[in-house]
Design a protein around this ligand. Sequence first.
Ligand code: URA
Length: 177
Amino acid sequence: VDAKIMFVGEAPGADEEIKGEPFVGPAGQLLTKMISGMGLSREETYIGNIMNWRPSMPNQSGAEQVGNRPPDGEEMSYFLPFLRAQIEVVSPQVIVALGATAARGLMGLDAFRTLGEVRGKWHEFAETPLMVTYHPSYILRNQSNRSKRAIWEDLLQVMEKVGMPITEKQRGYFLGR
Ligand code: URA
């Protein structure tokens, strides 16, 4: 809770629901790798979500079940006070929104049309600098060095912002083809 960097994702998936912890499935394992690339452990950061439980997705006959879909505007605004409370407790130096849903949840549903408009730039939420980057699941779908480098450049900006040392090796990650 005294983390300098707070990551905000979308909503828990099946693995997260079982463990009761955010980002522990495949996307979470990649997030953990990204964090260790920054020279940190997961425990040194704070990881949260725009919504804290799995979205309801009733089946065709209307029976209650949950699934993977982005939270809608109503769900996000219901959860926002809980996220704000977490931000107040942690008081991070930087918030990182992972993907378009987290970015919309923090910046407003109509703040942008495509993630490219806001990604890699500094914004603000709760008087805290906000960096918007891709969701790690984007990298799971696009394993090119180009997409890895894009997210990495955003994280380098985050490291600079919080005054972390950056090695030459770190500066050069994913520059090859
Ligand atoms: N994806 C998210 O956005 N959040 C999680 O907690 C897990 C996967």
